[in-house]
Design a protein around this ligand. Structure first.
Ligand code: ADP
Ligand code: MG
Length: 696
């Protein structure tokens, strides 16, 4: 099966397969016993009856009751797998991979055979696959090529309470599919009790509650505001560890990767300074963590030891760590939030909601009575936190979704069944952004370019960059850059060796472009034979580079399918910068003074990020475009490329025109001026204002 997706199975899958024997110390009998002990098992037959009798069923059950791992297997045991695949969507990649692995173990089959998973840039399924775990984004993409989802007999929409953007959009898509596919079963699962919204949305579908089995959790609040939640969490963990009797593991809810790593380091450091403390196993978990390390959180701590898992909100409901008796909650999470002023998403640190805080503390009471330590005051919980968090669809950039929906043939976005429609401003901004990139015409219809852009699982500007690479004769170089931008930074900067790492990084700098610097790193790595020792010597993350190579080959596959010419520009890197410009001209900045730039759309003052190859390169280019903005003390442009002003005018004619100063010919000091951004072409204005009218 050469065309089958299984061939694409990559890093995560490989790592997991290798790990299988090591991680699983449970015997088959032990696994069978564990499966039977889950709350969902006691209601198995009733549940299957409700599913037989209804096209859509909402299932509510505590985290850890067995929804994610068991429902798919029950459906398979019931014979649904013979009629088509049993799909199960997850809002998070980590959960999709981890759960697929677990279920393969439970069924004692090799991952990617009967049980597989698919996440962006990684397909670990095969012809034999019956149970397929995937991110909600993957299933949404599949509707592009299989609009009735004929490959599936059942779809479990897991973790619906998370209200992820893609899950929300899938709800609307599935509601249509259900009217055409009477034989399709849809099961929506939620960890929280307010499932009525889902039931109503699917025409009063029945709600089935899995009887819970939880123990009381004592909750302790901080008496005063915690200034430093990392320090607060560390102290709390050490205190619990030294005072509470074993067993009983600790689960810490931190914000994101960086804070998690720091927390783990400080805990380890404090432990090393204690005299002969009881052993503590410190385990981080976040989405970008390598799969083999992720799997470790499920291993039981050895006799006489305790484990502490430091997690993002992934451990809130998506993954269940057994044996937790103590929860430490920092009270924050990172939320992707659209900033209309700059027209893009940023990850913002936000206080968690009350619903999340309660979910989090509940994790301590699964196996026995537990304790939860909240690093915020009772007053903050009562007065400052939201009841539940705002659904993603209402707070993020919708360009990608708008492009997908347009490709699915949704002509009028306002007629689409959104459970909670996104704010008008966000729809309009996203449409405007797509129009600017040339993906929509001035009537809001998809263009040919837009249709081609939609075939890539990428943010629209990155998809445009690939297509511009074809035009500029450098599609292979651009594919490398897009791949490098799609993985976490490959530059490794260990604490205590920052200077050495920075010096190593500087050796790769291409002074006019961070995008080209990424290309340069990748090419050097390839010519060095992709060696790990070479990476270590140059402070590069070998895993990240390997991952980029895999992402790149996935992109090349799509490009071949789309008949996009694979071209290379050799060392003529100007063409690459042109491709970057055609995707990011709307994120341009103009020099204002020494080291100071002004954003050409928002007029906000910004600076080149200190990690950039432009920084201190000894010249100050007049015009740059950037990949993203980072907010710290100031607004920084990160991943920056120097551009020629007439490229901006050529590729972004709706914003920029050339102004000639001091002469008549084009090459005498052309300058880019900012056109009035809010009034593009007549037709687009009318398309958007009619959209606004309909929304009112
Ligand atoms: P739910 O979806 O209702 O929250 P799950 O099906 O995810 O419940 O979990 C059921 C049980 O399976 C839990 O006890 C959990 O700890 C266990 N489990 C899930 N994934 C793994 C894994 N990768 N390794 C070991 N145990 C796991
Ligand atoms: Mg689950």
């Amino acid at each position: 099966d050469e065309s089958g997706a299984g061939r694409k199975s990559m890093q995560y899958g490989e790592a997991l397969k290798k790990d299988r024997k090591v991680v699983t110390n449970e015997s088959i009998a032990e696994i069978a016993r564990q499966r039977r002990s889950l709350p969902v098992f006691t209601v198995r037959d009733q549940l299957l009856q409700v599913i037989r009798d209804n096209q859509v069923v909402i299932i509510v059950g505590e985290t850890g009751s067995g929804k994610t791992t068991q429902l798919t297997q029950y459906l398979n045991e019931e014979g649904y797998g013979r009629k088509g695949m049993i799909g199960c969507t997850q809002p998070r990649r980590v959960a999709a991979v981890s759960v697929a692995k677990r279920v393969a173990e439970e069924m004692n089959v090799e991952l990617s055979k009967q049980v597989g998973y698919a996440i962006r840039f990684e397909d670990c399924t095969s012809r034999e696959t019956i149970i397929k775990y995937m991110t909600d984004g993957i299933l949404l993409r599949e509707t592009l090529s299989d609009d009735d989802l004929d490959a599936y007999s059942c779809i479990v929409m897991d973790e619906a309470h998370e209200r992820s953007l893609n899950t929300d959009v899938l709800f609307g898509v599935l509601r249509k599919v259900l009217t055409r596919r009477r034989d399709l079963k849809v099961i929506v699962t939620s960890a929280t009790l307010n499932a009525d919204r889902f039931a109503d949305f699917f025409g009063r579908a029945p709600i089935y509650n899995i009887p819970g089995r939880t123990f009381p959790v004592d909750v302790f609040y901080s008496k005063s505001t915690v200034e430093d939640y990392v320090e607060g969490a560390v102290k709390q963990v050490i205190q619990i560890h030294l005072q509470a009797p074993l067993p009983g593991d600790i689960l810490v809810f931190m914000t994101g990767q960086e804070d998690i790593e720091v927390t783990c380091e400080i805990i380890a450091d404090r432990m090393s300074k204690l005299e002969d403390p009881p052993p503590l196993i410190i385990l981080p978990i976040y989405s970008q963590l390598a799969a083999d390390l992720q799997a470790r959180i499920f291993e039981a701590a050895p006799e006489g030891a305790r484990k502490v898992v430091v997690a993002t909100n992934i451990a809130e409901t998506s993954l269940t760590v057994n044996g937790v008796s103590f929860v430490v909650d920092a009270g924050y999470c990172k939320l992707k939030t659209y900033n209309p002023r700059v027209g893009m998403d940023a990850l913002l640190l936000c206080p968690t909601s009350r619903a999340s805080a309660n979910q989090r503390s509940g994790r301590a009471g699964r196996t026995g009575p537990g304790r939860a330590y909240r690093l915020f005051t009772a007053n903050a919980m009562a007065n400052e936190m939201l009841e539940s968090s705002v659904p993603e669809i209402q707070r993020t950039n919708l360009s990608h979704v708008v492009l997908l929906l347009k490709s699915l043939g949704v002509r009028d976005l306002l007629e689409f069944d959104f459970m909670d429609p996104p704010p008008e401003e966000n729809i309009v901004k996203s449409m405007h952004g797509l129009w600017m990139l040339g993906a929509l015409d001035s009537h809001g219809n998809l263009t040919d370019l837009g249709r081609r852009m939609a075939t890539f699982p990428l943010d629209p500007p990155l998809a445009k960059m690939l297509l511009a690479g074809e035009r500029e004769g450098c599609s292979q170089e651009v594919a490398t850059i897009v791949a490098m931008l799609s993985v976490p930074s490959v530059f490794f900067r260990p604490r205590d060796r920052e200077e050495e790492a920075d010096a190593a990084r500087e050796k790769f700098f291409v002074p006019e472009s961070d995008h080209l610097t990424l290309l340069h790193v990748y090419q050097r790595w390839r010519s060095a034979g992709e060696r790990a020792d070479w990476c270590a010597k140059h402070f590069l993350n070998a895993r990240g580079l390997r991952r980029a190579k895999e992402v790149r080959s996935q992109l090349i596959e799509v490009m071949k399918d789309e008949k996009i010419a694979l071209t290379t520009c050799g060392t003529d890197w100007d063409s690459v910068r042109k491709a970057v410009t055609s995707a990011y001209f709307h994120q341009a900045a103009k020099m204002k003074g020494i080291g100071e730039y002004i954003n050409m759309r928002s007029a906000v003052v910004c600076a080149v990020h200190p990690t950039s190859s432009l920084y201190g390169a000894g010249f100050t280019p007049d015009y740059v475009v950037y990949h993203e903005l980072i907010y710290t003390q100031k607004e920084y442009m990160s991943c920056v490329t120097v551009v020629e002003p007439h490229w901006l005018a050529e590729m972004g004619p709706m914003f920029f025109t050339l102004k000639y100063s001091g002469g008549r010919t084009l090459n005498t000091n052309p300058e880019v001026v900012n056109e009035d951004v809010s009034t593009p072409y007549e037709d687009d204005v009318s398309a958007i204002s009619s959209l606004q009218r309909k929304l009112e």
